[in-house]
Design a protein around this ligand. Structure first.
Ligand code: CO
Length: 284
């Protein structure tokens, strides 16, 4: 079931990530930073990590809290153990996704279960609407074999983590923000068309090769924010060399965003409450 795209989105701007570290010293590239939270509402953050040097990842992310949003971790390569205060535990590995709704709050750790080799993947933060920020925490491990996948007539493989693409429904579907999250593998010379609702903010991030979107080249390790337009119905992307990228889109909430580190709420007062609850042990 191939979707016909008549008004593909073009590139509004290209963004280079910022090298930083988080957790106990994990080196990563912050691609979606605070400055882009309005433009890419409902997404709050995208970190890309990738290294074959254990010093860059071995310390992991020891116990830390979250409140008010969801974290989506996609592990391309490597093994990471998750434990949280809601009693969830899981091993996230090669090609798998961990979808965690922090809701009213969890304390969790994400620690590597490998001492060498490559660790590569993404962590994406998806905001929750105001009325759902204090829901109970929720968690799901999605093994690589549970992620729906299809290959088009040009040999492009699409893994549908969330939302829908060319008639294939993803592993996770969400109301309100209606997230779309695809991992797209294009062989040299191939093209893919896929629908994106015109209500959504959307971007791609290229992690291998280089992509072409309506005449703009998106090089490796670049994010391309896609233009919003009333008539826009999707993305048409091609590749000159073997290329891999993620496509992420979602329906904006248009609500106030007040972030203090791992807490993302709507008001400063709610941030104070989150800090108080954390300090008095109410998140554990
Ligand atoms: Co975390």
């Amino acid at each position: 079931m191939k979707t016909q795209i008549t008004h593909p989105r073009s590139v509004e701007r290209l963004v280079t990530g910022i090298a930083t570290s988080d957790g106990a010293g994990v080196k990563l590239t912050r691609v979606l930073t605070g400055k882009l939270q309005r433009r890419l509402d409902p997404y709050l953050m995208l970190d890309a990590f990738g290294s074959d040097d254990p010093d860059d990842y071995i310390a992991g992310f020891p116990d830390h809290p979250h409140r008010g949003f969801e974290t989506i971790t996609y592990m391309l390569a490597g093994r990471m153990r998750h434990r949280d205060s809601a009693g969830h535990e899981g091993l996230l590995q090669n090609g798998g996704v961990q979808w965690m709704t922090a809701g009213r709050g969890v304390i969790h750790s994400e620690l590597p279960e490998q001492e060498d080799g490559v660790m590569e993947g993404f962590q994406l933060w998806l905001n929750l609407p105001a009325e759902r920020k204090m829901i109970a925490p929720w968690y799901r491990d999605i093994g690589t074999e549970q992620i729906p996948e299809y290959t088009n007539e040009q040999g492009v493989t699409v893994r549908v983590i969330a939302g829908e693409s060319n008639g294939i429904t993803g592993a996770v579907n969400r109301e309100v923000t209606e997230p779309l999250y695809l991992d797209i593998h294009l062989p040299a010379g191939a093209e893919l068309s896929t629908e994106i609702p015109n209500t959504h903010n959307a971007f791609i991030y290229v992690y291998r090769g280089a992509a072409q979107v309506e005449g703009t080249t998106v090089d490796v390790q670049r994010m391309a924010i896609l233009v919003n337009a009333e008539a826009a119905d999707g993305l048409r992307v091609s590749a000159i060399q073997d290329t891999r990228l993620i496509l992420v889109a979602g329906k904006p909430l248009h609500e106030e965003i007040v972030q203090y580190g791992p807490f993302v709420m709507n008001t400063q007062q709610q941030i104070h409450e989150a800090l108080n609850d954390f300090r008095s042990g109410k998140l554990a």
